[in-house]
Design a protein around this ligand. Structure first.
Ligand SMILES: Nc1ncnc2c1ncn2[C@@H]1O[C@H](COP(=O)(O)OP(=O)(O)OP(=O)(O)O)[C@@H](O)[C@H]1O
Length: 949
């Protein structure tokens, strides 16, 4: 263990390195010393400006009592040893003798240096500290290093300044060197180097180093100081008195501050009172006058081997003088050294006493150390014992664990074996059991099969018996069911028949009941009638009885009265016949007169009707006025649109029109028909009548003509009523009707199929003899009753609306013509007549050409305009009134169809329908102008001259 610790200590020391010159670097050397203990424990560097203490003060300070606790480090002792070692003379003999000392003393000495390097703060060092030899070996390396080369003089200064440690070594070395030179025992192996060049050289011979170690080890060989050259030592001392930083050594800190090594023996602190120390210090310090150092010859003045070589060249006298001078100097120095020796003796005595004290302390410490060592040994032995015990226990436990494991393994193995045996046994048992079971099962199966066979046979027998029995029962039940079913069916049939017969009886009873009811009602009626008859018969019987009684009483006078009565009756009949003949003649006259009246009124008449404004009309109303509204209005004034006159003023023109009749917006269809009925009568009288409705779209044409109370239904009603009346006068009428439209100059049958519209060609044919017009392939309906007329109107309007979906707004873009042919004959007079009533709803008269219509609309417009224009031309031609002159009926289908209803004996009535809205004003004025033109075509009637607009 000691070796281990020593190696540890060695490892903690950094080996010194060499620089390029093979010398130990100063800093590194210092660092190697520092490696002896942690840096943290290094004392702080000397502060500049701090008052430097003298060596004596430092020694006193150092020796200042510091309590040494047991187990703590021993700085004072180490310091003292170090201080002593620093003063020791490197005596080879001493060194060698010291090497031959006992092991114990050697160990103690080595411990001193080791102690200064290896003790750490607070650490308790026992024997180990004293045994450590690493510091010794480290310390011994220094001379070997220095042996490699001499340190140059220049490095000395820096060494002194830089490292106190180096100063110690240098001081010791210089002392050894001086000593060597004094005794002419310089062992410089390098002859090239001057042995006297370095006053404080760092050169250290191995032997001097050994001497120094011896000094260090023993510390008591102060007598070696006698070997020191006093002059050199004094010179050295003067040099060493150069500024040295004071370094405090803390208690417990190792002796690293080697400045103490620079202290002279007089500076070594003592335990004596300060006065004595001061005395020693003062006695140690040589006076300037006595100090040989100031008068010491230059080092270069010493004799060397080389100087002997040149001796022949020297002046002998001069040399003698010099030697005498040197001798004197030496003598003076010797005197001074004598004083010094006294001081040193005192110091020695002091040191001895100190040494004794220190020895005592050392003994105490050794004891303490021994005690501590004992304690440590005890603890160690205890620890070892404990460790051994622990090891034993561990071994035991391991052994036990192993044995337990082994036991467990054995148990496991045994258990597994048992388990395997059991499993095998179990398998064998199971196999046996299975075989037994299998045998049992087979046996039971066989038994079961046999049993099953028996049971099956038994069951099959039972089943057969049961089956037969059930079959018999089923047959019985079936036969019974069939019988029952037949009975039930028969009953059902009987019941059905019974129900039917009952129902027939019920029906019969109901019918009989109804008959009986009717009979009863009739009988009641007959009874009431019979009662009435009886009553009247009774009254007549009474009157007859009274008359009979009267007649019986005046038979003759009654016979005369009867003859008179007979005569008067004959007279009355004759007068009646005469009256009827007269009436027929008057009817003929009436017709003639009516026709004359109509002709007087004009064969072409124009009525104007203003449509009332509708709820949907939002536009402004036009200024339309009827000046003679109170009477039978014939005039109408329309305020025209705003226009600019020649002066640039806005003016509105009043347009006044006059017609055969003007109907206000409040006029109803019945009022209008009163004016129209005379023309219907003309149609019955055998004239062709044509009634137009002309006007723009929405002006009320259809409303006037075809509505439920329009002109067509009213005309038909009138015709029926009149024909019934005329029947008394011998006239029988047949009425036929057809309804056509002219669209795009095509005639379509509105009572036919809509599929034939615009496809089927209907030709218009005229009978110039009879002045009758017929259209081929159009349906002609006998209008027996007014309801029949209504059916015709409905169908025509329906077809028109269906066609309207195919051709947009067809009703407004086509002319519809309702044709009624009225044929009358008088069986009494033998007269016959054929009249035609044409009720025409013209297409919208608005000028669509200005709107730029194209395609079908353009074609429609062109055809409408053409037909209306042709109508105007026809009327204009008729206006000229010359018989036999050309009238352009053929220019349009409309005029061609109405050829025999326009002109001649025909009666024409045109309704001009106008809208009350301002927006339609332009069309209104156009329509009124066209109507005025027609109105002026009044053939045979006195034209009423009226101021025109
Ligand atoms: N005198 C009136 N009193 C009440 N309503 C009227 C009258 N005249 C026309 N109307 C109404 O005005 C609307 C347009 O009338 P109508 O259809 O008869 O015009 P129209 O000239 O025949 O038009 P279109 O040329 O398109 O057939 C209808 O709803 C109709 O009932």
């Amino acid at each position: 263990m000691e070796q281990e610790k020593n190696s540890q200590f060695k490892s903690r020391l950094q080996p010194p390195t060499t620089n390029a010159l093979g010398m130990v670097g100063l800093n590194e050397l210092s660092e190697s010393n520092q490696n002896a203990r942690p840096k943290t424990t290094m004392p702080p560097p000397p502060q500049q400006g701090t008052k430097r203490k003298t060596l004596v003060e430092q020694a006193v300070e150092y020796i200042r009592p510091a309590p040494v606790a047991p187990g703590s480090r021993l700085p004072a002792m180490a310091c003292k040893v170090g201080s002593i070692s620093s003063l020791s003379r490197p005596n080879p003999a001493t060194a060698s003798s010291s090497r031959s000392n006992s092991a114990a003393s050697t160990r103690t000495t080595s411990n001193s240096s080791n102690f200064s390097q290896s003790l750490g703060p607070g650490r308790i060092h026992g024997n180990q500290t004293f045994r450590a030899g690493s510091s010794v070996s480290a310390y011994q390396t220094m001379p070997r290093v220095n042996k490699v080369g001499h340190r140059p003089a220049s490095s000395l200064d820096s060494t002194v300044e830089d490292s106190v440690v180096l100063n110690v070594g240098q001081t010791i070395n210089s002392m050894r060197q001086i000593s060597s030179s004094t005794h002419s025992t310089v062992r410089n192996t390098d002859p090239s180097k001057s042995p006297i060049v370095l006053p404080s050289a760092s050169y250290t011979s191995p032997k001097s180093s050994s001497a120094l170690r011896v000094v260090k080890r023993h510390g008591k060989r102060v007598q070696s100081l006698r070997d020191i050259s006093i002059s050199a030592q004094l010179g050295k001392l003067s040099l060493e008195n150069e500024p040295l930083s004071r370094q405090e050594v803390e208690p417990g800190e190792s002796i690293k501050n080697t400045n103490l090594l620079l202290q002279t023996p007089s500076q070594i602190p003592k335990k004596h009172p300060p006065s004595s120390v001061t005395k020693v210090a003062s006695s140690r310090t040589p006076s300037p006058s006595k100090s040989p150092r100031k008068k010491a010859p230059p080092i270069g003045g010493f004799l060397t081997i080389d100087s002997n070589i040149k001796c022949a060249d020297w002046d002998v006298n001069d040399r003698l003088d010099k030697m005498e001078t040197m001798y004197a100097d030496m003598k003076a120095a010797l005197d001074g050294s004598t004083d010094e020796r006294d001081g040193l003796k005192e110091t020695l005595s002091l040191l001895k006493s100190r040494n004794t004290e220190l020895g005592m302390d050392l003994l105490g410490l050794k004891r303490t150390c021994i005690d501590l060592q004992k304690v440590t040994d005890d603890e160690r032995s205890q620890k070892i014992a404990t460790q051994l015990t622990l090891d034993d226990m561990t071994r035991k436990s391991l052994y036990e664990t192993a044995s337990l494991k082994q036991v467990i393994e054995d148990l496991k193995r045994a258990h597994n074996n048992e388990l395997d045996d059991l499993a095998r046994q179990k398998r064998r048992d199971l196999e046996e059991l299975r075989q037994d079971n299998e045998a049992d099962r087979k046996k039971q199966e066989r038994a079961h099969h046999e049993e099953l066979g028996l049971l099956r046979k038994q069951l099959e027998g039972n089943l057969e018996n049961e089956k037969e029995q059930r079959q018999r029962e089923l047959d019985t039940l079936t036969s019974e069911g069939v019988v029952k079913q037949r009975g039930l069916e028969l009953q059902l049939l009987a019941k059905d028949e019974k129900i039917e017969s009952l129902q027939a009886q019920l029906e019969k009873s109901k019918a009989e009941l109804d008959v009986q009811k009717d009979i009863v009602a009739k009988l009641k009626n007959d009874l009431s009638e019979s009662s009435t008859t009886i009553i009247s018969l009774e009254s007549s019987y009474r009157s007859s009885k009274a008359r009979v009684e009267f007649l019986e009483s005046d038979n003759k006078s009654q016979s005369q009265a009867f003859a008179d009565l007979e005569q008067r009756t004959q007279d009355a009949i004759r007068e009646s016949e005469e009256a009827k003949t007269k009436l027929r003649a008057e009817e003929t006259l009436r017709r003639k007169l009516h026709n004359q009246v109509q002709e007087l009124k004009g064969n072409i008449r124009v009525y104007c009707r203003v449509r009332p404004p509708l709820e949907t009309d939002e536009a402004d109303r036009a200024h339309i006025a009827l000046p003679d509204q109170d009477e039978d209005a014939k005039e109408i004034d329309v305020l025209g649109p705003e226009e600019k006159n020649s002066l640039g003023r806005n003016t509105t023109k009043n347009h006044a029109f006059s017609f055969d009749r003007v109907f206000s917006p409040t006029a109803q269809n019945g009022e209008i028909f009163d004016e129209l009925s005379q023309l219907v009568q003309s149609a019955l009288d055998g004239y062709n009548v044509c009634i137009f409705c002309y006007g723009q779209t929405g002006s009320g044409k259809t409303h006037t003509m075809s509505s439920s109370d329009g002109m067509i239904p009213r005309a038909v009603t009138q015709i029926y009523d009149t024909s019934r009346t005329l029947r008394e006068r011998g006239w029988e009428y047949s009425i036929e009707g057809s309804f056509v439209e002219i669209y795009n100059e095509n005639v379509n049958d509105l009572l036919g199929s809509t599929e034939d519209f615009d496809k089927k060609k209907h030709e218009i044919r005229h009978d110039p003899v009879r002045l009758r017009t017929t259209i081929t392939d159009v349906q002609t309906v006998k209008l027996d009753t007014p309801s029949r007329v209504q059916q015709v109107l409905t169908r025509a309007l329906s077809n028109r609306s269906v066609a309207a979906t195919m051709a947009n707004a067809r009703s407004s873009r086509s002319h519809s013509v309702f044709i009624m042919k009225l044929s009358g004959s008088n069986s009494i007079t033998g007269e016959k007549c054929e009249g035609t009533l044409n009720l025409v709803d013209l297409a919208g008269s608005e000028r669509l050409g200005h709107s730029g219509a194209t395609g079908d609309r353009l074609k429609e417009t062109q055809n409408i305009n053409k037909s209306l224009s042709c109508l105007g031309d026809v009327i204009s031609a008729l206006n000229q009134g010359k018989e036999g002159s050309h009238v352009p009926y053929r220019n349009s289908k409309l005029t061609y169809l109405l050829q025999y209803s326009l002109g001649g004996n025909s009666k024409t009535l045109m309704f001009v329908m106008i809208s009350p809205l301002q927006g339609h004003l332009s069309e209104t004025l156009t329509s009124l102008k066209f109507a005025t033109k027609v109105n002026n075509t009044q053939i045979g009637t006195a034209k009423r001259s009226r101021a025109k607009d």
